[in-house]
Design a protein around this ligand. Structure first.
Ligand code: TLP
Length: 350
């Protein structure tokens, strides 16, 4: 199978497995796991923040961050296709007691003007804005990358209005590779930043939440509340440390493969995707002009050995990562072309 459903499907590398086998461990709830402690220090350093917390998932990292930045009954401003809104089971409401003020955008990226327009004035009728959330890269926007200047403007605009910013940087290393700047130069435009070890970086599990020491100390208690006190988690942290040191340098290959994939898909009649808009490792392509249903095409492709997810009624999403190479991307383009032709022939009334 050529698995382009997500970069979450990456398997740990031999170096990660070795590090896991050899990891020194202790009980992390007592803060006695030396490998987790090392990972948290290293992640804080990379993000340019005073402290960091190892969490089992990106969802838990985002959930804790929003809880830290908001009070019950406030609003969170974010783009209307944010992962936080569409894929995290309303944790913003469930855990933090907030509602999302969703801003529709072209490619998932907010502007400072939009943020300003959506931060609500305190009045007898409106709930105060507790936080602004930005997603870097933006998943459903097609792996799009915020220019640093925009992040800086959003951060300043929010802070001038007494509102803090959380960055869902699940794929911040992809943004860093695409922009050619270190992660801390992106993360400095947010109060808290979450990034995943388990996506393009390839670790088997885990994400980091970085920010000010007092917030991270409080976040540690929320992590425990949510059931994220993982005890001898050094086994996982060891893989995370390898992921942080070895994987970022490989991301350019994934981006080049995504570009290759986008160019191939763009040549298939009925598929709409602009390769110039593919910034990183995610290719969202629109098949609505074929008249076909993405879920049907996804099922067809499975039969041809290619896994690609349908993400809505018009589009499919292909994500490149280190477990797919250029030749497999070429095969995937071929399979999509054949699948669309076959599904159209099948769908045609006789
Ligand atoms: N994204 C997954 C799915 O949930 C859609 C994927 O396959 O892309 N923020 C962003 C931007 C994400 O893309 C994801 C996962 C998360 C947060 C949540 O991370 P996990 O899965 O570790 O909870």
């Amino acid at each position: 199978m050529i698995d382009l459903r997500s970069d979450t499907v990456t398997k740990p590398t031999p170096a990660m497995r070795r590090a896991m086998f050899e990891a020194e461990v202790g009980d992390d709830v007592y803060r006695e796991d030396p490998t987790v402690n090392r990972l948290e220090e290293r992640a804080a350093e990379i993000a340019g923040k005073p402290a960091a917390l190892f969490v089992p998932t990106g969802t838990m990292g985002n959930t804790i961050a929003i809880k830290l930045l908001t009070e019950h009954g406030q609003e969170v401003v974010c783009d209307s296709r944010a992962h936080l809104l569409d894929y995290e089971l309303s944790m913003v409401a469930w855990f933090s007691g907030c509602v999302v003020r969703a801003v529709p955008t072209e490619r998932g990226l907010l502007s400072a003007e939009e943020v300003i327009r959506n931060i609500r004035p305190v009045s007898p009728n409106s709930a105060a804005t507790g936080a602004v959330e930005v997603e870097q890269t933006h998943n459903m926007g097609g792996g799009t990358v915020y220019p640093v200047r925009t992040l800086c403007e959003i951060y300043d605009a929010a802070h001038q209005r007494g509102v803090r910013v959380h960055m869902d940087g699940a794929r911040i290393f992809n943004a860093s590779a695409a922009l050619g700047i270190p992660v801390h130069e992106i993360a400095c435009h947010a109060d808290t930043v979450m990034f995943c070890l388990s996506k393009a970086l390839g670790a088997p599990a885990g994400s980091m939440l970085a920010g000010p020491a007092d917030l991270i100390a409080k976040g540690r208690l929320y992590r425990k509340r949510l059931g994220g006190g993982m005890r001898q988690a050094g086994i996982l942290a060891a893989a995370g440390l390898v992921a942080l040191e070895e994987s970022p340098a490989k991301l350019g290959v994934d981006h080049a493969n995504a570009q290759f994939l986008a160019q191939g898909l763009a040549r298939i009649p009925g598929i709409q995707v602009d390769p110039a808009m593919v910034d990183t490792n995610i290719v969202v392509f629109d098949i609505s002009a074929t008249g076909l249903v993405p879920a049907d095409v996804s099922a067809q492709l499975r039969g041809r050995g290619v896994l690609v997810n349908a993400i809505n009624r018009r589009c499919l999403r292909a994500v490149t990562h280190y477990d797919v190479d250029r030749a497999q991307c070429a095969q995937a383009v071929e399979a999509v072309s054949e699948s669309i032709a076959a599904t159209m022939a099948f769908a045609k009334p006789s």
